[in-house]
Design a protein around this ligand. Sequence first.
Ligand code: AMP
Length: 218
Amino acid sequence: MFVIIFGPPGAGKGTQAARIVQAHPIPQVATGDIFRKNLREGTALGIESKGYMEAGKLVPDELVSKIVADRLQQDDCVAGALLDGFPRSLPQACFLDAWLAERGMAIGLVVHLVVPDSVIVERMGGRRTCTNCGATYHVSVSPTKVQGICDRCGSQVIQRPDDNEATVLTRLATYHEQTSPIVEHYRALGVVADVEGVGSIDRIGDHVIEAITKAFPV
Ligand code: AMP
């Protein structure tokens, strides 16, 4: 079962992905998390991707596609994966489709979280992210129990450098220009479920799980 959780930055992809992997035994493959881990560890990949991330731009397709292909070859992805933050451009989507097709597989569902830009800008201003495990919080909607400390792993929680307003606006523009056309690509294949991404996290989560159950009946 290969599922893409899709939507603009700040749509709640990571939050809903965490719920999906609790309900279904597939690993979450989050390219943004992979880049941030490499950045923390100072690897060549981290250094190469840093400038793009800080500017709110996409890391080049070839680089991201190779990372995802390497990750999907690992044993835990044999029964599928939940892709979070990938694909983010039509060339990435075509690469992914071809990579899966070569192995007799295909994307079974794209969960498209629909959130207006105005809501995104408000959300991102209050978003805080764990420096260690990547868990996300919001200062007023879903704060940490202890200020600045991750509930899940006890590490420091900060505002991501690319969550400042100017970079968020660039990320949104990048999303509309390069990423959102992917929805129509997958809609033509009949695998898109649009889910309203505004409202309570639990209610959105119920709709996400409903869409997955419908696409992959047991
Ligand atoms: P995210 O945490 O998914 O918002 O990703 C943070 C940043 O990592 C993005 O703004 C991009 O600079 C980079 N990134 C993550 N995934 C991709 C991707 N699939 N293609 C290109 N750049 C990506």
